[in-house]
Design a protein around this ligand. Structure first.
Ligand code: SAH
Length: 362
């Protein structure tokens, strides 16, 4: 693993020597998905012994609530006899396994579901196969998801791993943050001021020197999913940390649950940025919910009642850690407010349970 890291540093330095400085998005893509030295390509980074822990790895209750929301939406939309049940970036497959287990309580749902997983990491595809069996169909990109069936989809901590670009405002222009090399080490630099049409909407809420981020893949992914949902029915739940419109530097590297310098260990640390949900909401041709805090979403779906029911079978350390897991998922000082849920659904359909929506005018 150490060699792989050294290799990726050397590889990036050589590429910069030949082609000039890299955009942050190119750097992120190489660090996360380089075929032999990329972070996700080569390992399972999740859990206590890995670099970070996600909601489905904290407690089965997270996947159970998502499963209930998906299954209720499926019922509300007339229980279509065949549909695509998809997940983007399924990690170890834990969330999908929890969804399928709880959804067995809804007659017909699991039998009607064709499972599709979008996963770029060969190492994680193996983990998913070990947990979920051979039934799912794996895809490299969202564009490959079927277009002819209703689509019920979930993505937890997927958008935060998509490559971003960063810009600093200079008057009406923007300087892109770039990555160069000095004496074999990767260093930050700043490109020349240029107009950026994609940032036109940021002229009003930023001032000179402010930093904004742009995730080029987020909009097209939302459009592809929303188009399927609007045409065929279904819904999507996007859960991630972030907010409506991002401001400031949210790019971060995590290694063994601690922040680290993103340039010093390419391929060795998880790289993420906060999700700009406005871009996702504006790109979908379907309807969408309000941005709903994760804690509120889970409470509305009944996580506390579920936690109490599970607690009756536990005592001692197991009970303590169960109570801590409920708190971690829902409390405003933990994941409850930092993480948000955005739902896509057909304009003609009822919104998915759990999500805040606008009152309809009568
Ligand atoms: N959803 C899981 C894992 C989150 S980690 C959980 O909540 O535990 C991010 C996941 O997205 C990993 O499975 C990673 O391999 C995948 N991923 C990240 N970027 C991707 C991309 N561009 N295409 C496909 N999968 C991607």
């Amino acid at each position: 693993m150490h060699d792989a890291m050294a290799d990726l540093n050397a590889l990036l330095v050589a590429r910069i020597a030949q082609d000039g400085p890299l955009r942050l998005s190119d750097f992120m893509a190489e660090c996360l998905f380089h075929p032999t030295a990329g972070y996700y390509s080569t390992r399972d980074p999740l859990g206590q012994t890995g670099d970070f822990t996600t909601a489905p790895e904290i407690s089965q209750m997270f996947g159970e609530m998502i499963g209930l929301s998906l299954a209720q939406s499926w019922l509300d939309q007339g229980a279509p006899a065949a549909f695509t049940l998809a997940e983007l970036g399924p990690g170890r497959g834990t969330l999908m396994a929890d969804i399928l287990r709880v959804a067995r309580a809804v007659p017909g749902f699991v039998d009607a579901a064709n499972i599709h997983l979008v996963e770029a990491s060969p190492a994680l595809r193996e983990k998913q196969r070990a947990l979920l069996g051979a039934a799912p169909v794996w895809h490299d990109t969202v564009e490959d998801l079927p277009t002819h069936l209703p689509l019920f989809l979930v993505a937890n901590e997927f958008f935060d791993a998509l490559p971003i670009r960063q810009f600093e405002r200079r008057g009406d222009m923007w300087c892109e943050r770039m990555i160069g090399a000095a004496d074999g080490t990767l260093v930050w630099g700043l490109g020349a001021p240029c107009p950026q049409p994609a940032l036109a909407h940021r002229q009003d809420d930023t001032k000179d020197g402010d930093l904004v981020e742009l995730c080029p893949q987020a909009g097209p992914i939302s459009t592809a999913i929303g188009a399927r949902i609007e045409a065929q029915g279904g819904m999507a739940l996007f859960i991630d940390y972030g907010d409506w419109r991002s401001l400031g530097d949210t790019f971060q590297a995590l290694e063994r649950h601690a922040a680290t310098n993103p340039l010093s260990s390419p391929g060795k640390a998880d790289l993420t940025a906060h999700v700009d949900f406005e871009v996702i909401a504006k790109a979908t041709p379907s309807g969408h919910s309000k941005l709903t805090p994760q804690g509120l979403f889970l409470e509305r779906l009944g996580i506390t009642q579920r936690a109490q029911a599970l607690a009756t079978k536990l005592d001692g350390e197991a009970l303590k850690s169960h109570v801590a897991a409920h708190r971690r998922l829902t409390h405003p000082h933990e994941m409850g407010t930092l993480f948000k849920v955005l739902a896509l659904f057909p304009k003609r359909a009822a919104p998915p349970p759990g999500c805040e929506t606008w009152l309809l005018k009568s």
